[in-house]
Write a protein that binds this ligand. Sequence first.
Ligand SMILES: C[S@@+](CC[C@H](N)C(=O)[O-])C[C@H]1O[C@@H](n2cnc3c(N)ncnc32)[C@H](O)[C@@H]1O
Length: 242
Amino acid sequence: MKLYCVGCGPGDPELLTVKAVNLIKSAEVIFAPTAREGKPSIALSVVDQYVDKSTKTVSLVFPMVKDRESLKDYWVRNAGEIADAVRSGKKVVYLTVGDPALYSTWIYIHRELKKSHPDIEVDVVPGVASVFAIANKAKISLAEGEETVAIVPACYDMDRVKRTAAACDTVIFLKDGRYFDNVIDMLGEAGFPDDAMIAIAQDVSAPEGEILEVTRLVDQRGRKGPTEKYFSIMVAKKNARQ
Ligand SMILES: C[S@@+](CC[C@H](N)C(=O)[O-])C[C@H]1O[C@@H](n2cnc3c(N)ncnc32)[C@H](O)[C@@H]1O
């Protein structure tokens, strides 16, 4: 009666833990999130080469909308479907991109399981989070000594994002590269100097290729950023020393 949630890392199938690969190979049922019906699951595509032919794979829809009320029905239904599979005695794995503890659909599934299916035990396997994938690809540190780091979803309340940026040395922006140009405009007002370091990436470590740019804030200002997809990430460092 155990469910395994497995972090699949940022995209490169070699960036999975040994534990994750072993669980995926031995799974009888694998559930994976997708944003809409019929759209292939990114998490599933990352681990494809490890999935046995006899394993049943099921995509569960988690629409990309902000209204939590309308999402609750999906969380309830998806958690129920997973719980039924676990109760059938099969070895069940739930996949999530990056690490399960960071802006993941797993958080909602886990909460719903604890509330409505407390008989289901869970084991959670960490994955390489996108924040570390971009830092290592760009060969930068996120923090050293007494520096502080914030992780924020760029496309939400820009005033709140600005207050956070003003209080931290490094800010990592996730969720949708189309908002990064607005963030660049705001960083100066939040105390980031012209020579602050900016690393912008899209599809980090994806086998089909990635975009990665490391520049200074002054060079990025007024210029259209290179990312326009949801799978984009930006790191801004006040102190550019490397
Ligand atoms: C729902 S969050 C999932 C975060 C994930 N759990 C993690 O640990 O990285 C999705 C966001 O993560 C970021 N992301 C995840 N993987 C990425 C990748 N390979 N390249 C760029 N951004 C990525 C993007 O900002 C994307 O909008």
